[in-house]
Design a protein around this ligand. Structure first.
Ligand code: CA
Ligand code: CA
Length: 238
């Protein structure tokens, strides 16, 4: 009877270890930028990690990512950004230049990406011809905000902001993705816009095979308990 209990325990342990490794494998590395730098991220253009001295409190912890288009040129064209982020050519058509960060992630279907973002701009009079914007990308561009959305005064070096906002993205297809965040100058390169990013997390869903294993383990445990009847216990005690 002890063999059944040992088997159930061994199976449950194996599946718990498997599940633990899976969680570690798909987490976002340095997703809150608490190393104080871009460890585990790649950057292009103007990107810094800043604390409260930026005069916008990070959404999580002490540090946040700050991407800017600058009041001068970043030197990174929209086609450069498409290449950097693995986007199809023409994804950023209509924009001039910008800055971006990226990290390669491996996800399962059903995993949930969450992060906080804040778009800031010195384009205080929103104009469709100079409508800078911020986005995140996994396979394509997902716009977060543009100059029409930044209506709140900012104490930072940029004039107006949206304020930090949460975002949730559900992965429906498993795979390896380039997760990117970017900010774009539209129309010209002379007026700054910025994207703040913080607390990027990927929450995994338990895989069916893992749940199946836990149920199998529980089944073995129950079978062992049933076979180890009160009569047998008494017999053993004698
Ligand atoms: Ca942070
Ligand atoms: Ca601009």
């Amino acid at each position: 009877m002890l063999k059944w209990s040992s088997l159930a325990l061994a199976i449950a342990t194996i599946f718990l270890i498997t599940n633990q490794e899976k969680v570690q494998a798909i987490s976002i590395n340095n997703g809150s930028f608490e190393t104080g730098d871009f460890s585990n991220w790649d950057t292009t253009g103007q990107a810094t990690v800043e604390g409260s001295s930026f005069n916008v409190a990070p959404a999580d912890g002490t540090y946040q990512a700050v991407l800017e288009t600058l009041q001068d040129e970043t030197g990174i064209s929209s086609s450069d950004l498409e290449t950097f982020l693995g986007l199809s050519s023409g994804s950023l058509t209509g924009s001039v230049e910008g800055s971006a960060i990226k990290q390669t992630i491996t996800v399962n279907a059903g995993d949930v990406l969450t992060f906080y973002w804040n778009f800031l701009t010195d384009e205080v009079s929103a104009d469709p011809d100079f409508n800078d914007f911020a986005f995140f990308s996994v396979s394509n561009i997902n716009q977060l905000a543009n100059t029409y959305d930044a209506t709140v005064f900012s104490f930072s070096r940029l004039a107006q902001q949206t304020g930090y906002q949460p975002y949730t993205y559900n992965f429906t297809t498993a795979g390896i993705y380039t997760l990117g965040f970017g900010v774009i100058d539209v129309g010209d390169t002379t007026v700054n816009s910025a994207l703040l990013v913080d607390n990027v997390e990927l929450t995994p869903v338990p895989e069916p095979v893992t749940m199946f294993g836990i149920l199998i383990g529980a089944g073995f445990g129950y079978a062992a308990k049933m076979r180890f009847s009160p009569q047998q216990k008494k017999a053993k005690l004698k």
